[in-house]
Design a protein around this ligand. Structure first.
Ligand SMILES: Cc1ncc(COP(=O)(O)O)c(C=O)c1O
Length: 360
């Protein structure tokens, strides 16, 4: 029987060598590998600064704190996202205000505009599944209402709007390097990027106990630092990112061809967006039946995400909101296997099984 995982990170000799070299260097926290990774990652995204941290959630929180978010401030976030997007807003003591999805599973700027109040300070659009949100609409909304933008790029390393990579459009962007991501450090890790020197400096201080120097602490913060072994892996992964994204796009094109004509919603690319297919998400009202049919054939699937942010018990104290598009899509979405480590034969086997399910 076949066994096809959702994603398969590549481990090879170049990565093993990078880890062992960092190990032998005897510098383990925020040393030369981390500094080089920050410089290279900022150059890749096209921003002046990158600040490594312990996770994507930490990157979001560091930016929110550096922006001076405070209790009573409202921040517009999509409900259809990984919960950490919402959690970071809550942890920074602001109030999340939930926004519905547009037809691309992205941040609906028109719905967001209706939810702005005098307390709204910023927006956290999420480039979900590897597809940029409508960046023009997002930036227009921000400038019309004087809001800052923090791009959640945790699923969109290398995605572009026009010829610019996501992360550099807003005041800052946050990335995750979790194992399944397009750029991974084989563990937890993250980074924020920005052109704002003050945000970068404050985030560096906040990730290291609010330190001004070795002995003096200017504010209460936390330990959210990064380490050399994972920076060494990240540098190798960054060099491979564009090739990995091109491979994902080729596999997505293969799915599109093999799944054409079925009663199944396939990913639709925005005309100006460059989708990097962190996740390959299809839609059908028969989602649960399809998932179990595939599971019986050794094919892993996922649901990203079955419980939207506004329905999470952790935020049940917030006012009830109606998000009809979000409520509909969470019942229909299904993530199929996708990563540069998958073979064409595996993608064909998944597509064949989906065709069988629909009797084709
Ligand atoms: C959209 C989104 N935001 C935030 C995060 C949080 O990243 P991390 O798991 O590195 O904290 C993730 C990762 O799961 C994510 O997919």
């Amino acid at each position: 029987m076949t066994s096809i995982p959702l994603s398969r990170p590549v481990v090879d000799d170049e990565i093993r060598h990078a880890v062992l070299t960092a190990l032998e260097s005897r510098q383990y926290i925020l040393g030369p590998e981390s500094k080089a990774f920050e410089t290279e990652f900022a150059a890749y995204v096209g921003t002046e600064h990158a600040v490594l941290t312990s996770s994507g959630t930490a990157a979001l929180w560091l930016v929110l704190r550096a922006l001076g978010v405070k209790p009573g401030d409202e921040v517009l976030v999509p409900s259809h996202t990984a919960f950490p997007t919402v959690e970071a807003v809550c942890f920074a003591e602001a109030t999340p205000v939930f926004v519905d999805v547009d037809p691309w599973y992205g941040f609906d700027a028109a719905d967001a505009a209706l939810k702005i109040t005098p307390r709204t300070v910023g927006i956290v659009p999420v480039h979900l599944y590897g597809q940029p949100v409508d960046v023009a609409a997002m930036m227009d909304l921000a400038s019309r209402f004087g809001l800052w933008v923090l791009e959640d790029c945790c699923q969109a390393h290398g995605a572009r709007w026009g010829d610019r990579r996501v992360g550099g459009f807003g005041r800052a962007g946050a990335f995750s390097f979790y194992p399944s991501k397009n750029l991974t450090v084989m563990g937890d890790g993250g980074a924020l990027v920005t052109n704002d020197g003050e945000i970068a400096a404050r985030a560096r201080r906040l990730r290291d106990h609010g330190r001004l120097n070795k002995d003096v602490h200017a504010e209460i913060a936390f330990n959210l630092r990064f380490n050399e072994l994972q920076a060494a892996i990240g540098r190798v992964a960054l060099r491979r990112l564009d090739a990995g994204n091109a491979r994902r796009r080729a596999l997505a094109a293969r799915y599109r061809e093999n799944l054409a004509g079925l009663p199944l919603a396939l990913p639709v690319e925005r005309p100006r967006g460059h989708h990097v297919y962190h996740l390959y998400v299809v839609g059908t009202p028969r989602r649960d039946e399809l998932a179990s049919f595939l599971r019986d054939r050794g094919i892993a699937t996922g649901i990203h995400y079955p419980v939207p942010g506004h329905r999470q018990p952790a935020v049940e104290h917030l006012p009830w909101v109606a998000l009809p598009a979000t409520e509909r899509v969470v019942g229909e979405i299904l993530t199929l296997p996708m990563s540069p480590g998958h073979s064409e034969a595996e993608i064909d086997a998944v597509a064949q099984a989906v065709r069988e399910f629909f009797g084709g």
